[in-house]
Design a protein around this ligand. Structure first.
Ligand code: PMV
Length: 353
């Protein structure tokens, strides 16, 4: 597919070998991406917060390839992971038009996550965006005039894993074409921090690890199940409306409005899963218990705390920084016991990368 990022190998002064490093943070979507078309084009726009603690660091070593096909070795926390290779091979072959030297080398990829292994925190967003940033760093080494381009990193990250395109930028980020967001695109994300009230710039996200480990249904399968989903079109339309309304409340600093839209989006995502064919449920009983306790606490104490969910059982507890003390006491008292091994991860919006 021709795009502004298509380029030719003759534009580069290739090096024999070398290594580059990059890091990238996870993100949590408030308006959810769920359903896609060919080439990882999202069926609707999404909006997320980039986080501060949950990150992936990646070192990419490259050397001239020794055989026809590039050899890729992946190490997670210094342990070799052959099971990660097919996804990266597929990613590299799909970006050949934009990173034309990609097929010239063998690679060793060393990657580590700050969050506990198999905590159920999605590593694909931070992982793919860290790798995309490494490729941009490599490109920069081969082409001295080139400005390091976050836009291209976001574009490449999207091809690796949709939500990864948002992790390239700090703060509040939109991915997907929306007539309400100037400059938005299906191909890459854009940060919209200037459009957001300061109360959201340092919002807290505490992640309740309700269930560790692999999800029963991957997000790849979940996206596919939106293809013949009887409610898909309605959902995609509603995501546009929810985004428009969320942008408005985030601009105004309307935290109550933010809560209503954010929780509605989280439950809509899981409703789509429950109405898929075959249907599935990723929430666990303790997911629901946590939601009910959050609602009760919010009503009784009049403290603006809410939840969102990603494609799993874990609960993201969202609240303004000014209520940290009260909410964190509540988490310790009433929510921690719902978590596997009492595991809770304290995170917040990352304003600066
Ligand atoms: O980027 P993927 O294919 O892992 O899909 C992410 C899907 C959700 O996390 C559920 C929503 C989102 O927008 O991040």
């Amino acid at each position: 597919m021709d795009s502004e990022f298509t380029t030719d190998i003759s534009n580069y002064n290739l090096k024999e070998d070398g290594e580059v490093v990059a890091e990238s943070y996870s993100n949590i979507a408030l308006i959810k991406y769920w359903g896609k078309y060919e080439k990882q084009i999202p069926a609707n726009p999404s909006l997320s917060f980039t986080l501060s603690e949950a990150k992936t660091q990646t070192r990419l070593k490259f050397s001239p390839k020794k055989s026809e096909k590039s050899e890729i070795k992946v190490f997670l926390e210094n342990q070799i992971k052959p099971s990660f290779v097919p996804k990266i091979e597929k990613f590299f072959s799909s970006i050949q038009d934009y990173i034309p030297f990609i097929s010239q080398y063998d690679y060793e990829i060393y990657t580590q996550n700050s969050f506990p292994h198999s905590s159920g925190i999605a590593s694909s967003a931070s992982g793919m965006s860290a790798l995309a940033k490494c490729l941009i760093a490599m490109e920069k080494e081969f082409c001295y005039e080139m400005e390091e381009s976050l836009k291209k990193a976001s574009f490449l990250a999207r091809i690796g894993s949709g939500s990864a395109s948002r992790s390239v930028y700090p703060g509040t980020v939109v991915w997907g074409k929306s007539k309400d967001v100037e400059g938005s695109s299906n191909e890459f994300s854009i940060p919209i921090n200037d459009e957001v009230h300061p109360v959201f710039a340092d919002f807290r996200d505490t992640i309740l690890i309700i269930h560790r480990g692999e999800k029963k249904v991957s997000s790849t399968v979940g996206h596919q199940l939106m293809q013949n989903h009887p409610y898909a079109e309605k959902r995609f339309q509603e995501a546009h409306i929810n985004l428009r309304n969320l942008l408005k409340v985030m601009k105004e600093g309307d935290v109550d409005g933010f809560i209503k839209i954010t929780e509605h989006e989280a439950l809509t995502l899981h409703a789509m899963m429950m109405m898929s064919n075959p249907y599935f449920i990723l929430m666990e009983p303790n997911t629901l218990s946590a939601i009910k306790r959050i609602w009760k606490f919010r009503e009784e104490k009049r403290i603006p705390v809410c939840f969102t969910l990603d494609a799993g059982a874990n609960v993201h507890v969202l609240y303004p920084k000014e209520f940290m003390k009260e909410v964190e006491d509540f988490i310790q008292r009433e929510l921690k016991s719902l978590c596997e091994n009492g595991e809770v991860l304290y995170d917040c919006v990352n304003q600066f990368l």
